[in-house]
Design a protein around this ligand. Structure first.
Ligand code: MGD
Ligand code: MGD
Ligand code: SF4
Ligand code: MO
Length: 688
């Protein structure tokens, strides 16, 4: 840790946010205060550039509303009334409460965390050890990527794909279900380089996003119809024999059934389902079948629908059909996280469970789980929940139920946070967490393939503690009730945990200490000569692993759970706003100003049919609830689809809701994921 000094020092860190770019940060510190956070020019993928959000990281860190001391609830649940208490008082009481529940029914305790920080130490180390020792319920962390992730694993054997940097050499780039400019800015820089070298850029997205408008071609399809489009592309590849027969024969499994499936999808049929001009589909097939190298940047935006897993599988088959994998600038990238070398089991210590096998709760149905809906399916009622790195009351689907669950007076709730989020408002105890400038951590990426170290740049603000420090201290208090918590693995420091994460891997910790990042040694073209990590060693068009799960083994188009109806005739998607990171940064004034207020983008025809003008107050509703916001006729929404940009805090919404008031808890075909973009609504104009 740097000692306070008047000479500015520069500390190398890593961006902690749930973003595929995992930038290397340089924080300038003077007199113990962080002055500014910039992109590290020495790190190739960062290239000295940060997004607008993290450029404001000091504004977030020194925010006047940071929680800087432990707080105890003093009013009714959800009232947001708290009084300060000492760490010792808070932790003694929390340990006693958790112990009392756990000695009777350990599964009644539930940890709830996601990717507020992606760091291994602050995200999945001491916390996991603590809950494993307790025997608490396990959490199925499905809220973002599990449909696509498991679909990709069924097809390729893991979350692997093209290296991000080689997109710069591609001749055709299909950006599929991703607003790269908003959510993957450093990939967009490579795509721009390719464009300058003559590459064609195509975007597939129901919304005319910032990215779509900068591509040569935009296929503005209906949400949840990507598999139909992919199958029609295959149909055309077959019909015109734009196939790499040698690659198919040597490196794929199940070509005959996939071929039969694709032949059921002539472009005319897909055009109807997708709401696209048939010629646009034919043109894309021609481009894809005749351009080498061709690359697909698939992202998680398109898998938040019922058939999201099948859609990812259908798209993931395309590169093998044309042999795109033969070239390092060809293939597909959804996630590169499978390349991370970390010793996760050494951090999380699942062996602390012993022979206990706790039930697993799906985080995407936390509303039902807390309300104990589904009865026996969930087992014992959840009596205590410990939330960190997540804001479920704002981000989980069907939030009326999530909020009602968190409002249960009999639920003991601990929230470790930077701010009084919608979730923290419902806590019994709020514990102050450090930000990335204040703690150690180590990071992999799901976009590029480097490992980064985050060094603390400043001392913790107020009484804030890192997540790992909180769980160390909690374990020490638990040890008064249960000696198992006195074991040395509950005392490992944050810096030591960083070393444990890369112990016995190809990553040299000294290199990380010196320059802040290190490269994972990897082949340039992962599947040039096959070598898929599937059971067959091939790209599995037909997946035996899925057969065991009762899922169709050859990808197909599955219609949405909620197709539009007469009562709810508009499909709603709710992708992230550019200047927020999920529900993080929503309270940073300069960024909030850029996003103005909760908006619903509508197509001018859909607006006119409802007498709605730009800026009007509107009521968006379905049978689950209503959300009040303002109409935006900015030309981004297609007919029949509305876009509610996320994810505002509920308490900042006009009627105390956000878009998740409207979303439902049904799950994806593969991976048990949420279906945020598979949602039907109606919209009306409101007075005033
Ligand atoms: N600025 C910013 N960056 C972020 C985030 C953020 O909140 N803000 N969130 C981060 C996180 S957690 C994640 S998971 C990633 C997500 O990264 P991406 O998956 O790239 O997500 P988005 O940028 O939301 O892009 C999703 C796009 O998919 C479109 N879409 C919606 N439904 C469909 C569909 O059915 N088919 C197709 N083809 N497209 C569809 C949306 O209109 C949107 O433009 O981004 C990360 N980066
Ligand atoms: N309608 C709709 N809903 C969505 C989505 C959507 O596109 N549409 N996107 C979904 C996706 S992709 C995702 S990934 C989820 C994201 O959901 P979450 O993972 O819950 O992400 P955030 O909303 O950013 O909340 C993270 C919280 O962690 C806190 N935090 C950050 N760092 C630390 C730390 O070091 N310690 C502690 N204790 N806390 C910390 C932050 O202050 C923040 O409040 O939301 C999902 N919800
Ligand atoms: S949010 Fe993404 S683009 Fe922004 S600094 Fe972090 S890693 Fe880089
Ligand atoms: Mo996500």
């Amino acid at each position: 840790m740097p000692t306070p000094t008047d000479t500015p020092a520069q500390v190398i860190g890593a961006c902690p946010h749930d973003c595929p770019d995992t930038c290397s940060l340089v924080t300038t510190v003077a007199g113990g205060t962080a002055i500014k956070v910039q992109g590290n020019p020495a790190h190739t993928h960062t290239g000295g550039v940060l997004c607008a959000k993290v450029s404001k990281y000091t504004e977030r860190t020194y925010h006047a509303e940071r929680v800087l001391q432990p707080l105890k609830r003093s009013g009714p649940k959800g009232s947001g009334r708290f009084v300060p208490v000492s760490w010792d008082e808070a932790l003694s009481d929390i340990a006693a409460r958790l112990h009392a529940i756990a000695r009777r029914e350990p599964e009644a305790v539930l940890p709830y965390s996601y990717a507020g920080t992606m760091g291994l130490v602050q995200g999945e180390s001491m916390d996991r050890r603590f809950f494993h020792q307790l025997g608490a319920s396990l959490l199925d962390r499905t809220i973002c990527a599990s449909a696509g992730g498991e679909a990709l694993a069924a097809t390729y054997g893991g979350k692997l794909g093209m290296r991000m940097e080689f997109f710069a050499e591609s001749r055709l780039i299909i950006i599929w279900g991703s607003n790269s400019i908003a959510s993957n800015l450093h990939f967009w820089r490579y795509a721009q380089e390719a464009k300058r070298n003559g590459a064609r850029l195509v975007c597939i997205d129901p919304r005319r996003s910032e990215t779509a408008e900068k591509c040569h071609e935009h296929l503005q399809l209906l949400p949840g119809t990507d598999a139909a489009l992919a199958l029609a592309l295959m149909h055309e590849l077959i019909a015109n024999d734009w196939l790499d027969h040698d690659y198919i024969a040597r490196h794929t499994l199940g070509w005959e059934p996939l071929r039969a499936r694709a032949l059921q999808w002539p472009p005319e049929r897909a055009a109807q389902v997708c709401g696209l001009p048939v010629e646009q589909i034919r043109q894309l097939a021609r481009d894809y079948g005749t351009t080498t190298p061709a690359a697909i940047r698939l992202n998680y935006g398109m898998q938040r629908v019922r058939g999201g897993g099948n859609a990812v599988r259908a798209i993931a088959c395309l590169p093998a059909l044309v042999g795109a994998w033969r070239h390092r600038a060809g293939g597909l990238l959804l996630s590169s996280s499978g390349a991370q070398p970390f010793a996760r089991a050494r951090l999380q210590m699942p062996q602390l469970l012993g022979d206990r096998r706790p039930r697993t709760i799906n985080m995407s149905t936390i509303g039902d789980a807390l309300l104990h809906e589904g009865g026996g399916r969930f087992g014992p009622r959840i009596e205590a929940i410990v939330v960190y790195n997540s804001n479920p009351v704002a981000v989980a689907p069907e939030s009326a139920k999530v909020a009602a669950g968190f409002a249960r007076e009999d639920l003991f709730t601990v929230v470790i946070e930077h701010f009084m989020t919608d979730t923290a408002d419902h806590a019994d105890y709020v514990l102050p967490a450090t930000t990335q400038l204040e703690h150690w951590d180590i990071h992999g990426s799901y976009g590029h393939t480097d490992v980064l170290l985050n060094r603390p740049a400043i001392a913790p603000r107020g009484q804030a503690r890192s997540n790992a420090a909180v769980f160390r201290a909690l374990a020490a208090h638990m040890a008064r009730h249960d000696a198992a918590f006195a074991a040395p693995h509950f005392q490992e420091s944050d810096e030591a945990l960083c070393r444990t994460a890369v112990a016995q891997t190809a990553i040299d910790f000294e290199e990380l200490l010196q320059q802040g990042f290190a490269r994972i040694p990897l082949p340039e073209a992962p599947f040039a000569d096959g070598g898929f990590a599937t059971p067959s060693g091939k790209c599995e068009f037909d997946s035996s692993a899925l057969a065991a799960l009762g899922v169709n083994t050859v990808p197909d188009h599955l219609p949405n759970h909620e197709p539009p109806t007469d009562r709810h005739p508009l499909a709603m998607i709710s992708p992230p706003a550019r200047n927020f990171l999920n529900s993080s940064f929503v309270n940073v004034a300069s960024l909030q100003r850029m996003e103005s207020r909760p908006l619903l983008e509508l197509h001018p025809d859909d607006a006119a049919a409802r007498g709605i003008a730009d800026g009007d107050r509107v009521r968006v509703f379905n049978d689950r609830g209503e959300h009040v916001c303002h109409a935006s006729l900015n030309g981004r929404a297609r007919k029949g689809v509305v876009v509610g940009l996320g994810i505002w805090w509920r308490k900042l919404g006009e009627n105390g809701t956000n878009v998740n008031q409207l979303t439902h808890q049904q799950l994806t075909d593969i991976g048990r994921g949420p279906c945020f973009y598979d949602c039907a609504v109606q919209v009306t104009r409101m007075a005033g």
